[in-house]
Design a protein around this ligand. Structure first.
Ligand code: CA
Length: 227
């Protein structure tokens, strides 16, 4: 697995590189936004993931995200932001980042997020619409439709549904669900998943006389592709 790190703070960049290399990843470092964008444009097929700082000389991380997605390059992008402003995170995700991490961060959290992103199938980048049976979900507008009628969901319900829709016909364990959803912090308990699953069932099943999720006893949940 090869990772491109675009980060101008030398100490952080080196720490990331050394840490990731210890885990067996191959890491390239770039400290400038323009050079970084060019590297992605030319060599994106050689990388599995980009770790992208937002505040960079030359070109900032928002612009890089937007340019990369504008060219239809679907490489996973994990954004690093020093600013804990929610608007920056929303903006980065809207411009096509797959996840974000606020500095200062624990290296083990960075690793966990890298692993989570790399587990996602390539074609399921955040920019593409998802559909399962008559249910469709748009990750950018955050709207969900059944039989073309909109269904209102909370952010957490949306995140959970999106995750389930990205993995139809596969049993997802409660731990996987918690681990893969950035809305859920590490203090989440598995019954938290059950609560949101039940809320989704109430909202979605009443619109269609069909079960949306199957419970797999003691393990987790399964969404079939014919809902
Ligand atoms: Ca920076």
């Amino acid at each position: 697995m090869k990772i491109l790190v675009i980060e101008d703070e030398e100490n952080i960049a080196k720490l990331i590189k050394i840490g990731l290399e210890k885990e067996g990843y191959v890491v390239d470092l770039i400290a400038d936004g323009i050079v970084g964008l060019r590297r992605i444009e030319v060599y994106y097929k050689n990388y599995d993931l980009v770790i992208l700082d937002l505040m960079l000389p030359g070109k900032d991380g928002f612009e890089i995200c937007r340019d990369v997605r504008g060219q239809g390059i679907d490489i996973p992008i994990l954004v690093l932001t020093a600013r804990n402003f929610i608007d920056d995170k929303i903006s980065a995700l809207d411009k096509g980042a797959d996840d974000y991490l606020t500095k200062p961060f624990e290296f083990k959290e960075l690793l966990a997020r890298v692993r989570a992103i790399l587990r996602r199938p390539k074609e399921s980048s955040l920019i593409s619409k998802l559909s399962v049976g008559n249910l469709s979900l748009n990750p950018i507008t955050r709207k969900v439709y059944i039989d073309k009628k909109e269904v209102k969901l909370t952010l957490k319900e949306f995140g959970l549904l999106e995750y389930m829709m990205r993995h139809p016909n596969r049993v997802l364990t409660r731990d996987e669900i918690i681990f893969n959803m950035w809305d859920f912090n590490s203090e989440s308990f598995s019954n938290f998943v059950d609560v949101h699953i039940n809320n989704l069932r109430k909202k979605l099943e009443k619109k269609r006389n069909k079960k949306i999720f199957e419970s797999v006893r003691g393990i987790g949940y399964l969404m079939r592709d014919d809902f």
